[in-house]
Each structure stands twice: as structure tokens, then as C-alpha cells.
Design a protein. Structure first.
Length: 92
């Protein structure tokens, strides 16, 4: 584990780190670079500080893409044992 994916700054997130792959889900954590955070399509959680310097954790399974910060689409394409294929692209 511990693989990190750098995403464009416009997504409002620092690098996304995979923390676990188990039970049909990929658990990830990322530092927030903006002042807010939103996710739809997979479970999310975490804390956001007033300066936008918090981090957020989210867990996604295979299926429809999640939209994060109305800017990024994240889809878990496939999970194979301890590996996963993620597709990250602009939401629009």
C-alpha cells in the first residue's frame, strides 16, 4: 500500500494516497488544498480546517465514478487482491 497519485491543483486536493484495498473497496486519503470539500458517489469523511489545510479520507468500490469537489471524477475500474485500477479525470 501507500501508492500516491498526484492530481492537478484545480481538483482541490494534494496527492491521493491509497491506504488500504480490502473488502471490495479502495481506501484513500488526501490533503485538502482548497477551502472546501465535497464528494458524491462513494463514501467520504474527514475533517476540513477553516484554512483548508485539513485532510480527507474516502473509500470507493467498483462501480460508477465519484465526483470530488465538482472538479474530479474518480472511478475504481478494477480491484485485484491488493491492487486496484483507478481512473482519474476532470469531472466535466
Amino acid at each position: 500500500m501507500g501508492d500516491t497519485v498526484t492530481v492537478p491543483e484545480t481538483y482541490g486536493l494534494g496527492p491521493i494516497k491509497v491506504t488500504a484495498i480490502a473488502g471490495g473497496k479502495v481506501d484513500m486519503v488526501a490533503q485538502l488544498t482548497g477551502s472546501g470539500y465535497s464528494v458524491s458517489g462513494c463514501s467520504g469523511g474527514g475533517g476540513v480546517s477553516s484554512e483548508g489545510e485539513g485532510s480527507v479520507g474516502f473509500s470507493c468500490g467498483e462501480g460508477p465514478a465519484a465526483t470530488i469537489n465538482d472538479a474530479m471524477s474518480l472511478k475504481v475500474v478494477d480491484i485485484l487482491d491488493a491492487a486496484a485500477v483507478l481512473r482519474i479525470k476532470p469531472a466535466r
